[in-house]
Design a protein around this ligand. Structure first.
Ligand code: PLP
Length: 308
């Protein structure tokens, strides 16, 4: 089966809020429904990279990620659907005999991904020329995809998330990890729209990272909704996500979209958006990470994420 690279995802009419004596209308673009088990934006980011790898005649793709990475799982579908070998260089040597306990790695393995586990130390220097030539000696030549899948071709793929019909929205909102997805949205937004990225990581550095990827200025990064940092989670966030699920029927992931949606609700409550605004939030998927997160929450005696 070939992946559907030309997917147009539907906009879901989510909710209206009374704001400044008018109605602020929130819509959700369902990129989470895009591939079978692949996070929406990860498929967007793979598209032009896979087409390029094929065009250049590569038979192998090599990429990087953590043990629960949406990108690692998405890349494994390239092996399953295109037969190109995919090597995942995974952070954490200890995971080597925990593959079957880890839902992400287990499925990636079933899809035919080949793993190369490395220590955190080695992983830090993964883009060094020494390490890359070590990998070439071991595996032979490969098309290199960076961590999180972000490069120029990935951004080009993310420019296809928005369509002409989305020009009617005043704001476009999206979660930010490396900045590739939001950069694509910024490139394809119109000048009268504003793009808001919600950082899933602690710190201010993503503003510079995104600025380096785009030329337009109709965007900003919100940095107050990381809940302690990347993949960190609190009971307050879980409660919000579970209420959102029972109210709308839509499941959010705890690492990106839960934090973005919390941030959007919070900004609406604080009167951040002007009267009669329409907002389109992008649901980028990532639901595969919930099982792994729930195992961790259970160990800590915290409430679980309801995804059923
Ligand atoms: C990777 C990812 C993001 C962040 O995308 P970037 O392009 O790295 O900023 C957002 N949501 C989900 C579900 C992801 O897997």
């Amino acid at each position: 089966m070939q992946l559907d690279w030309n997917y147009n995802s539907k906009n879901h009419d989510l909710k209206s809020f009374q704001v400044h004596g008018g109605l602020t209308h929130l819509w959700l673009k369902r990129e989470d429904l895009l591939g079978d088990g692949i996070s929406g934006n990860k498929l967007r980011k793979l598209k032009y990279n896979v087409l390029e790898a094929i065009k250049e005649g590569y038979t192998q793709i090599l990429t990087f990620g953590g043990g629960y990475s949406n990108h690692i799982l998405a890349a494994s579908f390239i092996k399953k659907n295109y037969g190109i070998d995919v090597i995942g260089v995974v952070r954490g040597e200890e995971l080597i005999d925990k593959i079957d306990e880890n839902p992400t790695l287990k499925l990636a393995k079933q899809n035919g991904m080949q793993f190369h586990f490395v220590t955190r130390e080695v992983y830090k220097n993964k883009m060094s020329s020494d390490f890359l030539s070590e990998l070439k000696d071991k595996f032979g030549d490969f098309y290199l995809l960076p961590e999180g899948g972000t490069n120029e071709l990935a951004i080009k793929g993310c420019e296809e998330i928005l369509t002409i019909e989305d020009e009617k929205f005043d704001y476009i909102c999206c979660a930010v990890g490396t900045g590739g997805t939001v950069a694509g949205l910024i490139n394809s937004s119109s000048d009268n729209q504003k793009v808001i990225g919600f950082s899933a990581l602690k710190g201010d550095f993503l503003k510079d990272d995104v600025a380096a990827l785009v030329t337009k200025t109709n965007w900003e990064i919100q940095t107050d909704y990381h809940f302690g940092g990347y993949a960190k989670i609190t009971s307050e966030l879980i409660t919000f996500m579970n209420e959102f699920k029972s109210e709308t029927g839509i499941v959010l992931d705890p690492i990106y979209n839960g934090k973005m949606m919390y941030g959007i609700y919070d900004l609406i409550k604080k009167g951040y958006f002007p009267k009669n605004t329409s907002i389109l939030a992008i649901h980028t998927g990532g639901l595969q990470a919930i099982d792994g997160m729930n195992r961790l929450l259970q160990k800590k005696g915290m409430p679980l994420i309801n995804s059923k």
